[in-house]
Design a binder for this molecule. Structure first.
Ligand SMILES: [Zn+2]
Length: 430
């Protein structure tokens, strides 16, 4: 353990500040963080007794990434099965291995993922896994921001589905750092009754909802056969799923009518391009979503299908795949993709973050642009999407606290986490 990165009042000076609401996108100035909030953004910060002054030296200060679709403890399954389509990958490889996971394994898998998020500038996640007590423990200990998914389970938990939902909701709680979301895995793994119970429970407690939706052609085809010609969004609409704020992961195979349902209910999409191309699921129609006014956000999905937690990689893929998908290089521009990875994600998850603005939560990352692939310093917004790598992240601040700085995790024991990850993986695949 090294020093803890807690500072009351921090001045970042001499920064290139990312502001997507400005035409230029970047401007030279200072940022002051007081407690967990951004207190000042402008050309020159006032003189004050700062607890810490960080000279950014003309590098980029931007909001931390909001990764809107994660199964973090799948870090333990990294590289478990390549070269398979989703159904074979999930049902023949991932689920049988996950059955061997103990609660404490999920804690260590979560911790490993948190290291990867922090080193890659990801300050907020949407989590969807199991053994939530361990996930919440790891998140609170590491001070990462996140919305934690809870939903129906097939495990024997010794209580009814409704009682289980209630106990999980109460255990997760609701704060600046951790919020609850009802996570229904998918329509092909959850029956009508369980979906209806989740819909009722979340309506009663004002809780948002998330689901994997129209990820593969098989999911869409099976749904139309089983549910009277309805596509997955039509089926969920009839069950009342969209009556509360919803976030839909993937949305690869959607026609105009499906997208219209999402638009009508103000649902957000989490697009996960690495996972979709690795499992050969397809390419999501991002430009069509934008034209419908849908809030598009970006997720990494779990490491077992990605295989890394790197929003720079995802941004590059969202921009380029969306262009080649409709053979039009003019669509889905760098600035729009940066918004998807930050402010759009914060909006979808209900956090007051995702922008470097006064009054916003201080989730800030520093990008080192003094590297060959950032020169010439001519079109830095483009470089952030098309040239940057997660290893360019120099500092990660979450909720006003520096958690990662110059390659070091300030309150994590990374050697222990690496050791546990290797031990657990060895046991899982023995
Ligand atoms: Zn997923």
């Amino acid at each position: 353990m090294t020093q803890i990165g807690v500072f009351m009042k921090v001045l970042f000076k001499n920064a290139k500040i990312l502001r997507l609401d400005f035409d230029e996108g970047l401007f030279d100035g200072d940022v002051v963080v007081n407690g967990n909030l951004i207190e000042f953004v402008g050309p020159k910060a006032p003189e004050d007794n700062y607890d810490k002054i960080i000279d950014v030296k003309g590098n980029i200060l931007m909001p931390g990434f909001v990764d809107t679709h994660c199964h973090t403890a799948m870090t333990l399954l990294r590289g478990l099965k390549d070269d398979a389509q989703l159904n074979e990958w999930l049902f023949d490889n991932i689920i049988p291995t996950e059955a061997k996971l103990k609660p404490s394994d999920v804690y260590w898998g979560q911790k490993l993922g948190i290291l990867e998020y922090l080193a890659a500038g990801i300050t907020t996640i949407e989590e969807g896994y199991f053994y939530n007590e361990e996930i919440v423990k790891a998140m609170k200990e590491s001070k990462l921001r996140g919305r934690i998914g809870f939903g129906p389970t097939t495990r024997d938990v010794g209580m009814s589905n409704m009682d289980y939902l209630k106990s999980q909701y109460e255990m997760i709680g609701d704060s600046d750092l951790i919020k609850p979301v009802c996570f229904i895995h998918a329509i092909y793994t959850t029956d009508d009754k369980s979906i209806m119970e989740c819909v009722d429970f979340t309506a009663k407690h004002n809780i948002p909802r998330s689901i994997h939706l129209s990820e593969t052609l098989k999911e869409v085809g099976d749904c139309t056969v089983e549910h009277n010609q309805k596509t997955p969004p039509q089926y969920l609409e009839d069950l009342g799923f969209f009556d509360r704020p919803a976030l839909c992961y993937h949305c690869v195979h959607m026609d105009k009518d499906d997208l219209q349902i999402l638009a009508d209910y103000d649902a957000s999409v989490s697009t996960c391009p690495s996972s979709n191309i690795k499992l050969a699921s397809g390419i999501a129609p991002i430009y069509a979503m934008q034209n419908k006014g849908i809030n598009v956000t970006i997720g990494t999905d779990g490491v077992a299908s990605n295989n890394s937690l790197d929003m720079f990689k995802e941004m590059f893929l969202v921009a380029t795949l969306s262009k080649v998908n409709i053979y039009n290089a003019e669509v889905v521009k760098a600035k729009e993709v940066l918004a998807m990875a930050t402010i759009n994600g914060a909006k979808a998850l209900g956090f007051n973050s995702g922008e470097i603005k006064v009054g916003k939560l201080a989730d800030i990352i520093l990008i080192d642009i003094n590297k060959p692939h950032f020169y010439p310093h001519s079109n830095l917004l483009s470089h952030l999407v098309y040239s940057a790598k997660s290893s360019d992240v120099y500092l990660t601040m979450v909720n006003g606290e520096v958690l990662y700085h110059n390659g070091e995790f300030l309150n994590e024991n990374k050697e222990l986490i690496y050791k546990k990850a290797n031990e657990i993986r060895e046991r899982l695949t023995k």
